[in-house]
Design a protein around this ligand. Sequence first.
Ligand code: 0WD
Length: 254
Amino acid sequence: SGLLSGKNILVMGVANDRSIAWAIAQSLASQGAKLVFTYESERVQERVSKLASTIEDSVVLPCNVTVDEDIDGLAEKLKAEFGVLHGVVHSIAFARTEELEGMFVDTSRDGFALAQDISAYSLVAVAKRMYPLMTEGGSIMTMTYMGAQRVMRNYNVMGIAKASLEASVRYLASDLGQYGIRVNGISAGPIRTLAAKGIKDFNSILKQVEEKAPLRKTTETAEVGDTAMFLMSHLSRGITGEVIYVDGGYNIVG
Ligand code: 0WD
């Protein structure tokens, strides 16, 4: 039993045990959800499979979100295996490291397009193919960052991609509400993960949060995991098109 028993939830974006998606998976599994993990490429397949094997009954499937046929194939497999899907966790982003330092004005055309494609459009592409499987209603969520709303040093092109992602959350919520499907984002405080390695001066960002955030500490992945669990559950049934900050309150003072 649990808040999510009987629910089939897709979790996209586990790269290793530090990934935010992995903490989310732990929280969802603790409430009885059945999980399907996807991995981007063979590069991470073994790691994801090994992690998934620690969660009872979970399934692992390939899906590079830049490839439409991959997402089509994923939807087909999910339909065959489960019939109904209740939730989607999108925890995926990418920008070239050379675009994550210096001046934003130097962003290249293809660097801009790549960041948009993987970090924002992928949510739309996934939602488009998954909502027809969510015949009992459900919840879709993604991961965003305050750099969408305010200028954060070095976040640059990813800030624009996150702004696009947050607007996509609102438009998707508007479209899918009629099917009982909610769409929300979690804006997490900075957490040291593989993706964070690409951002210059990450240590000083963490130090600022420790000093200034109302809770005087940096964000832990488990805190994000539990908020994701709430968003996947019936408890959040009145919330859609929203971005919830899980950042120790930093956004109100930063
Ligand atoms: O401070 C942080 N770490 C924050 C992260 C603060 C606020 C938000 N976020 C966001 C990120 O922008 C991202 O959207 O949370 C999400 C998850 O990021 P993470 O857990 O910090 O990072 P990571 O463990 O690296 O997971 C992101 C993964 C990729 O990992 P790598 O490092 O191998 O690129 O996104 C996946 C991949 O597993 N990914 C893809 N998946 C499918 N198709 C693709 C792709 N084309 N590209 C990247």
